[in-house]
Every structure is written in C-alpha cells, then in structure tokens.
Design a protein. Structure first.
Length: 60
C-alpha cells in the first residue's frame, strides 16, 4: 500500500511565482515580449516537471 502524504509541491508554487513576476514586469514595461515568453516557457516546464516528479510517490 502507498502512503498518501500531503506534501506541498514546491515546483508548482515556484512556477506560479515566476509566471506572476514576468507578467507584472511586462505590464510595467520593464522587460520585452521575448523575455516574458521565455519566462513563461520556463515556468510552465517547471510546473510540468513538478507534476510528473510528484506523480510517482508509491514505492514498494
């Protein structure tokens, strides 16, 4: 049987913080569009990695 521990997924939280940061920096016109796009891609990749990394919790 697997233990179902409620552990926070820090990859999702950090990805959301990166995404929000790049959004606000772009709205303040402090970074160009290409930098925002690269930041979003990095944040999405980080969140997807966090989903798949924490998806396999069962170790028998």
């Amino acid at each position: 049987m697997c233990r179902n521990r409620k552990q926070p997924n820090y990859y999702i939280a950090i990805g959301m913080l990166i995404s929000t940061t790049f959004y606000f920096l772009r709205e303040a016109q402090m970074i160009p569009d290409w930098a925002r796009l690269m930041g979003y891609c990095f944040a999405i990749a980080l969140m997807i990695y966090g989903i798949f990394k924490h998806g396999n919790r069962c170790k028998n």
